[in-house]
Design a protein around this ligand. Structure first.
Ligand code: ASP
Ligand code: MG
Length: 413
């Protein structure tokens, strides 16, 4: 008998019919002889609805009270699933975070889990229950309700699977797995059969919504086998796990596009110690996340500094940078409000040279100018004019993952 943690996302529990379908699926896994813990998100749209009400009452709603409010979404869906299961004659019990002591720090809205007390869950399983757990929430040392960040029901599921040493953590969602690219952009994008934790971390960091970033970090740290699959079909999903030899033969697992980037350039910055800290210190202190940074080789003791921020942060970043430029005597500030970041990700890059060069060739063939480049061990990202973002993704997908391309994790050829 295996212990399986199943997480059902918002669309999977978005209506009475959907909750019934989830209850059926849970029952089937149960009948196959497994112990099941089902972690649920709030019903689709509910968390956003609750945040919106709070925002109608106050410009910056109190974080403690906001957590009390938004955690109710998962309270509702966990109770409803337990009710559905009991209605089918299956013993089931729901647990909120405080009932199983999912202890967190007190950072409301983005609390970190410190520990989980699995005693109550184990007891309930022993009594042959299906255990239903409200995702997304925790409780701090004062007993206050906290939440773990948007999308963090995934994290609840993975953390529970780690704490209970579960055999598998299944993430049920409305797509049937992790794709080589967004199918809306690339009609020939394919579902991956398998992907490594590191590749998934990069993809989640680049905006793939299918798994919450932190949940993948925890899965990797505790070696929790993950399966991402659809609650709307029986299709096998994507397995996320430890990297192995065969994955290294694959150069690129996925291509991503982020259209919400802006680029700022400070020109004529004096080239001396401390200036980068002067520029980026205040920006970081304001909570603005800087993504790529380029500093040019200096000429005549002056250099240019270019960096990207999320487009939503551009206005604030620009105001700050203009102030800083005046302070440090830079010659000027330029910006481009809409640029695209296009990335390729694959653990084969660790062992194969020339992947970046090949990416640049593909873009050159399409006459797409590269404005910035950044690399990590298993990723290459470029910034291009926003107009060419989609073209770049399609060309790269075709070159690395298309019909004539080298092997891929999807196994299809
Ligand atoms: N309901 C929460 C959210 O919408 C958590 C989750 O769905 O994973 O962010
Ligand atoms: Mg999600």
């Amino acid at each position: 008998m295996a212990l399986i943690v199943q997480k059902y996302g918002g669309t999977s529990v978005g209506s009475v019919e959907r909750i019934k379908a989830v209850a059926d699926r849970v029952m089937r896994s149960r009948s196959a002889g497994n112990d099941i813990i089902a972690v649920v998100s709030a019903m689709a749209g509910e968390t956003n609805r609750l945040f919106a009400i709070a925002n109608q009452l106050c410009d910056s709603p109190d974080p403690r009270e906001t957590d009390v409010l938004v955690a109710t979404g998962e309270q509702v869906s966990s109770a409803l699933l337990a009710i559905a299961l009991r209605g089918m004659g299956q013993p089931a019990i729901s647990f909120l975070a405080h009932q199983m002591r999912i202890s967190t720090d007190s950072n409301h809205g983005r609390a970190r889990i410190k520990s989980i007390d699995c005693e109550a869950v184990l007891q309930a399983l022993k009594q042959r229950n299906i255990v239903v757990v409200a995702g997304y929430q925790g409780v701090d040392a004062k007993g206050d309700i906290t939440t773990l960040g948007r999308g963090a029901s995934d994290l609840t599921a993975v953390a529970l699977a780690a704490a209970l040493d579960a055999d598998l953590c299944e993430i049920y969602t409305d797509v049937d797995g992790v794709y080589t690219a967004d199918p809306n952009l690339c009609p020939n994008a394919r579902k991956l059969e398998r992907i490594s934790y590191d590749e998934m971390l990069e993809l989640a960091g680049l905006g793939a919504k299918v798994l919450q970033h932190r949940s993948v970090e925890v899965a990797k740290r505790f070696n929790v086998p993950l399966m991402v699959r659809s609650s709307f079909s029986e299709a096998p999903g994507t397995w996320v796990g430890q990297e192995d030899q065969s994955m290294e033969d694959v150069l690129v697992a996925g291509v991503t596009l982020d259209q919400n980037q802006s680029k700022l350039t400070l020109s004529g910055v004096e080239d001396r110690p401390g200036l980068a800290a002067k520029i980026f210190g205040p920006i970081a202190a304001a909570g603005i996340i800087v993504d790529m940074i380029i500093q040019n080789a200096s000429a005549d003791g002056r250099t240019d500094m270019t960096f990207t921020v999320a487009r939503t942060d551009l206005k604030r970043a620009l105001e700050m940078v203009e102030g800083i430029a005046a302070e440090i005597g830079a010659r000027g500030v330029r910006h481009e409000d809409q640029v695209a970041k296009v990335s390729i990700v694959g653990c084969g890059m660790r062992t194969h040279a020339g992947v970046a060069a090949r990416m640049f060739e593909v873009l050159a063939r399409e006459r797409i100018n590269i404005e910035m480049i950044s690399t990590s061990e298993i990723k290459v990202s470029v910034v291009v004019n926003s107009k060419y973002g989609e073209l770049a993704v399609r060309a790269l997908h075709e070159a690395f993952l298309g019909a004539g391309a080298p092997p891929s994790h999807s196994g299809a050829s």
